[in-house]
Every structure is written in structure tokens, then in C-alpha cells.
Write a protein that binds this ligand. Structure first.
Ligand SMILES: Cc1cc2nc3c(=O)[nH]c(=O)nc-3n(C[C@H](O)[C@H](O)[C@H](O)COP(=O)(O)OP(=O)(O)OC[C@H]3O[C@@H](n4cnc5c(N)ncnc54)[C@H](O)[C@@H]3O)c2cc1C
Length: 382
């Protein structure tokens, strides 16, 4: 039985606890899904999650606007990740892919949110390029004006939901200033002429991922999200909301690894006694539980701080993401060890957790980059 005691922490309100309980019961009935065809699985997950109301927190309700609730986003990611990494992915991308619209979109752009929140449209966030992943401000993709239109030329890569998304939030250089101040954000529907999926990318924990090509994609000026030159600021504001949720997903994977390890340690007999009676095994389990609680404190501190009205949570979110993802990797590695040969057996839950966790330490700011961000805050920069 997973440890749910954290829901008693003062970071949460009654509605968060009720949401967590209901979602957990839903997950137990509906997850995991078959991952063999990840495109079909993701499409089905988005549809089901949407139909059953679980995608509502991913974007604002334009008819009844309230700020995004980061604690709900985190609880949802943690719970889904505990049951099925692909379900967490499907949920997370609906938020990341529409975050710019929720925070900065026009009324017309926000019409898409009704569909993404209902699971009727799939969203993606296209920031990274072959030459600029961590070094986002160095992007090449250009958006040039042509009357009342912008024309997009260039490439994006590592784009989650690439190939199955209906809309892409795309960042491109509009040239108001060099570097970060010359980038703008755009809403690009997948059926735009000149847009194509150049390559599907396969990774160790499969999910829809692609390199995208934009060859003279003409979009109306009204497709710009926010103001010209504000793209970098918009991307950072979106990541400010969603970065701690990556930590929450890591927490879900880590909790599952601990649960599986406790079960294994109680059941597995070695040298005439349960594995759990060996002190060194107890030491591993203690470290796993400690790392999980410390990570949870950082994740939910970041989420609560944002929900309490902080303009930015750069330091808190970076700490939450860095610590929760790095520690989840260690927790899962211990779980693999405690499972012996079964731990590396294809199809075993801890083997899949071992693959699932790795990318979380790279995307939305690699662990090393989070350290740079934290150091800057500590040293008094921005
Ligand atoms: C599974 C997956 C899904 C992704 N989904 C998306 C998506 O939906 N949308 C999107 O836009 N992007 C996405 N990405 C891209 C992701 O954000 C980038 O891969 C990431 O930012 C790192 O960029 P890079 O791969 O170009 O590595 P690089 O920028 O080349 O960095 C490589 C390594 O160098 C080190 N490093 C880099 N900069 C610094 C620094 N300043 N200080 C110290 N060390 C540093 C780090 O160890 C880093 O891991 C995804 C990536 C993966 C793997």
C-alpha cells in the first residue's frame, strides 16, 4: 500500500486530498494501458483522461478563469506516474503544450483549451532545436513577417507528442533583439501547410517524440502568443509552472519502486528468512523512504509557493526538479538491485521504471542546468 501520509501535510487543501483519492481509485481501475503502439495508447489515454475530467487542471477554463493549480498538477502527475508512465506523459503534455495559451493567449487562442481539457485535441511544446537544447536563446528557427502573416522556417527536435499533436506551441526568432529578447511564441495547428514530421525518435522509454520541419509555414499574425520578443519570457513562465511537476512525476516513479521493493523484501526468502530481515536491505529501504519524503517536501513546497501567489518560483522549482529526479533515479536503482535478476528482466515493473526515470533528468532543463539556476539564485543573480 503506497504511503499517502504526505496528503496530510499543510501544503494541501481538502479539495486536493479528495482529488488524489478519486484519481487513485480511477488509476487502479484503468491503468496501466498496453504500450505496444505508443501513438494509439497516448491518443486513447488523452481521450479517456479528458472524458473522465482528469485533464481539467492542465489548462485554464476560459469561461471561468482561475490560475493553474500547481498542487493539483503535481498530485495528478505523481499519482499517474505511480501507475503508468505513459498516462503521466499524456496528462503532462496537455499542460506543457498549452501553458503559453493559458498564461498569455488571446480569447480566440483559448478556444483550443476547451478541446485540450476535454481530451479532444492533443498539444505539444516545441522549443528545443538540434543546435539549441539547454542553450535555448541560441535558437535558429525564424519567423519573418509577410503582411498580416508570419512565415516559419527551421527545425524543432525532441518534441513530445510530435506526430500526434493537433496544436504546437512553437518558439521562433523574430529578431526584435539578439538572443533571448528576439524570440516569439506561436500557436501552430498541425495541419498548417509546410509543417511536417521529419523524423520519429525512439528513446529508452518509448513515447511519441519527433523532429519537426517547418518549411515556409504561413500563419496569421493573430497566431502569436503574447507580444513580439516575449517568447523566451513566455517559455520560462510556462516552465516555472511545470518544472516542479516533473519532480512530482519522478516522485510517483520512486514511490512505486519503494512499494515494489517492500513487497519483494517481505516475500522473497533468502538464507532461510525474508530479504527484509537483512539489515543492509533495511538500510536501502530506509534511504529510499528518506529520499522520497525529502523530494516530496521540495516538490510540494514549490507547488504551494506558486499557488500562494509567488510571481516566480525559479529557485524552488529548480530544487524540486533536480532533487526529485536525481533521487528517484537512485531509489529506482536500489529497487532494481533488491529485485535481483528480475530487476533487469524486460517487462518487469522496476525495469520499466529504470528506463522511465532517465529522461526526466534531461528534459525541461538538465540536472546540471538546474544547479546553475540554483547557484545563480544563491549568489543573488536572476
Ligand atoms: C524524452 C525527451 C522529451 C523531450 N520533450 C521535449 C519537448 O516536448 N519539447 C521541447 O522543446 N524539448 C523537449 N526535449 C528536449 C530537452 O529539453 C533537451 O534535450 C534538453 O534541454 C537538453 O538539450 P540537448 O539535448 O540539446 O543537450 P545539450 O544542451 O547539448 O546538453 C547536454 C548536457 O550538457 C550539460 N550542460 C548543458 N548546459 C549546461 C550548463 N549550462 N551547465 C552545465 N552543464 C550543462 C548537461 O549535462 C546536459 O545534459 C525532450 C528531450 C527528451 C530526452
Amino acid at each position: 500500500m503506497p504511503d499517502r501520509s504526505f496528503l496530510g501535510w499543510p501544503f494541501f487543501e481538502t479539495r486536493h486530498r479528495a482529488w488524489a483519492e478519486k484519481l487513485d481509485a480511477w488509476c487502479a481501475r484503468n491503468l496501466p494501458v498496453d504500450h505496444h503502439d505508443v501513438d494509439a495508447a497516448c491518443r486513447a489515454l488523452v481521450r479517456t483522461l479528458g472524458e473522465d475530467g482528469w485533464l481539467k487542471p492542465t489548462a485554464i477554463d476560459a469561461e471561468n478563469p482561475a490560475p493553474l493549480d500547481v498542487r493539483t498538477l503535481c498530485i495528478t502527475r505523481e499519482t499517474l506516474a505511480r501507475y503508468d508512465g505513459l498516462a503521466d506523459f499524456a496528462f503532462a503534455m496537455q499542460g506543457l503544450g498549452t501553458g503559453a495559451i493559458s498564461l498569455f493567449g488571446t480569447a480566440e487562442q483559448k478556444l483550443w483549451l476547451k478541446k485540450t481539457r476535454a481530451g479532444e485535441a492533443i498539444a505539444a511544446f516545441a522549443l528545443s532545436e538540434p543546435r539549441s537544447g539547454s542553450d535555448v536563446a541560441n535558437m535558429d528557427m525564424a519567423a519573418t513577417t509577410d503582411g498580416d502573416f508570419y512565415v516559419l522556417d527551421g527545425e524543432k527536435t525532441w518534441i513530445s507528442n510530435g506526430g500526434i499533436a493537433d496544436i504546437y506551441t512553437v518558439f521562433a526568432r523574430t529578431g526584435e533583439a539578439p538572443g533571448a529578447k528576439g524570440i516569439s511564441a506561436f500557436l501552430v495547428p498541425a495541419d498548417s501547410k509546410g509543417f511536417k514530421v521529419a523524423e520519429r525518435l525512439e528513446v529508452i522509454a518509448p513515447h511519441p517524440l519527433a523532429r519537426l520541419a517547418f518549411d515556409g509555414v504561413r500563419i496569421p499574425a493573430s497566431a502569436m502568443i503574447g507580444k513580439p520578443g516575449d517568447g523566451f519570457k513566455i517559455a520560462m513562465s510556462v516552465l516555472d509552472v511545470f518544472r516542479s511537476t516533473v519532480g512530482a512525476a519522478a516522485l510517483g516513479f520512486a514511490r512505486r519502486a519503494l512499494d515494489e521493493s517492500v513487497k519483494r523484501a517481505r516475500e522473497r526468502q533468502v538464507f532461510g528468512a525474508p530479504l527484509a530481515e537483512l539489515q543492509m536491505v533495511q538500510g536501502h529501504l530506509a534511504e529510499m523512504a528518506l529520499d522520497i519524503d525529502a523530494a516530496a517536501l521540495l516538490v510540494y513546497r514549490a507547488a504551494w509557493t506558486k499557488d500562494a501567489g509567488a510571481a516566480r518560483v525559479t529557485r524552488e522549482a529548480a530544487m524540486a526538479k533536480l532533487y526529485a529526479t536525481d533521487k528517484a533515479q537512485e531509489v529506482i536503482d536500489k529497487a532494481v538491485q533488491l529485485h535481483g535478476g528480475d530487476g533487469v528482466r524486460k517487462g518487469h515493473i522496476v525495469e520499466s521504471l529504470y528506463r522511465e526515470i532517465r529522461a526526466l533528468r534531461i528534459y525541461e532543463g538538465a540536472s546540471d542546468v538546474q544547479k546553475v539556476v540554483i547557484a545563480r539564485q544563491v549568489l543573488g543573480g536572476n
